[in-house]
Design a protein around this ligand. Structure first.
Ligand SMILES: [Zn+2]
Length: 421
């Protein structure tokens, strides 16, 4: 096992600890933050090559074993969702030229990962299109066998008007397959904005991230009846890299509303000036949500009410998690601080399918999920607070976007500069 595999071992031991204390996470416990153990070393990959290919190669070299494990993990999950290995590999192969057409830098990154990890390109592509393969499978499963797979994420944005320090924050719990190996990408790019983004080993685009312009994004899975009707379109993770490239909020919004994804998804975007938007997308249209009283939250169902959606039939807890997070934040409006955000992300209402999500022992192995990572992004200070695994099991670790952009202004972003929206 590689060094990165320690991540997996940490998650497993944490899950065991939860089952030993099923009722141990009451509010009194949550308020005593000193009880949270320090986090084990979180995997960070500095990707600082001159080109997308070189950065991909560094990714592949540093996380080769973790990538190979992710390929196996996804092949196993695909099979349980009705997509056998041969079909999954065929899907992945067909997506490669589509990715090349959509974003050359992304395709170059995948080639670099393949070269660096010594894996076939199609194996790397398989990780990069896993959302399309799995969520199309989800869509079929919803129609044929409701009550199957249950995963989710809960996201928030809080504007400066709602926070004690006047700064905007964006964050989420990202709930997914516990076995998936992840790492924090420290992207140092001469031709594009530097960025910090959590990703899965082998995945060129991030899961959630923050760039040097303070543009932060978090995501939620959504499922609609339109998903997969025209499957060979641009995979969603390609758009995630586009978000990290954006220099203005309008540019980031454009990535989503003019996107070409074959599946539905939700993206919550924030800017250091405090502007925020949540965009629910289907393959056909987009719907928008804005903060109310400075608070914006989202889970895994269409909260705009403009699409019926179907994820909540699989993940009924989405209908609890979104409103729960909204209420926990709304009642602190004007006084929300990082402690409030941490407590909210550690909330266990409806445990184990809570905002802080844990493995449901009632589910079969191939359906389990939990909070793989929890993040709070301080957009103005380009600061990212992160836990690996459920946030109730460890203290958040802090990361800053380093000052290494060639010849650019200092990323000491505490100055009162004008922001372009
Ligand atoms: Zn928890």
């Amino acid at each position: 096992m590689s060094e990165e595999a320690g991540w997996h071992a940490t998650v497993v031991s944490g899950a065991d600890a939860v089952f030993k204390t099923p009722a141990g996470y009451d509010s009194a416990f949550m308020s005593q933050q000193s009880h949270y153990p320090p986090m084990a070393d979180l995997s960070v990959g500095v990707l600082d090559g001159e080109t997308p290919y070189e950065r991909g190669r560094a990714h592949g070299e540093q996380f080769a074993a973790a990538i190979e494990e992710n390929v196996d993990t996804y092949l196993d999950r695909f099979a349980h969702n009705g997509v056998d290995e041969a079909t999954a590999r065929e899907h992945a192969t067909r997506f490669v030229p589509i990715i090349e057409d959509a974003k050359e830098a992304y395709a170059e990154g995948m080639h670099g990962v393949a070269e660096g990890s010594d894996l076939p390109l199609e194996a790397v592509a398989l990780i990069n299109v896993r959302y399309e393969i799995l969520f199309s499978a989800f869509a079929e499963q919803t129609a044929d066998a409701p009550g199957g797979e249950a995963d989710g994420c809960t996201a928030f944005g809080v504007q400066g008007e709602a926070t004690a320090d006047g700064k905007p924050y964006v964050g989420q719990n990202w709930d997914w397959i516990p076995e998936v190996n992840t790492f924090l990408m420290d992207l140092r790019r001469p031709e594009k904005p530097n960025a910090l983004a959590l990703t899965e080993a082998g995945l060129v685009g991030g899961k959630f991230g923050l760039n040097e312009h303070g543009i932060g994004y978090v995501v939620n899975g959504l499922v609609s009846a339109e998903d997969g009707d025209d499957p060979y379109r641009t995979p969603s993770h390609v758009a995630h890299l586009d978000l990290l490239d954006a220099t203005r909020l309008g540019e980031a919004i454009g990535v989503i509303v003019t996107g070409d994804s074959p599946c539905s998804g939700n993206v919550l975007l924030g800017h250091p000036a405090g502007e925020m938007i949540d965009i629910e997308s289907t393959p056909e249209e987009s719907f928008y949500l804005y903060p109310e009283d400075g608070v914006l939250t989202h889970a895994n169902h269409f909260e705009s009410g403009q699409n019926r959606g179907s994820f909540e039939q699989l993940a009924t807890h989405s209908l609890c998690r979104g409103p729960r997070m909204q209420r926990l934040l709304e009642r602190e409006v004007g006084e929300i601080d990082v402690g409030t955000l941490k407590d909210t992300l550690r909330d266990h209402f409806n445990e184990p399918s809570s905002i802080c999500s844990h493995v449901d022992p009632e589910l079969p192995d191939h359906e389990i999920g939990h909070t793989n990572a929890s993040v709070i992004m301080d957009l103005q200070d380009r600061r990212l607070l992160l836990t690996e695994g459920p946030p109730c099991e460890s203290e958040y670790e802090e990361f800053h976007l380093p000052d290494h952009h060639s010849g650019s202004e200092s990323p000491n972003f505490k100055t009162n500069r004008e922001y372009t929206i």
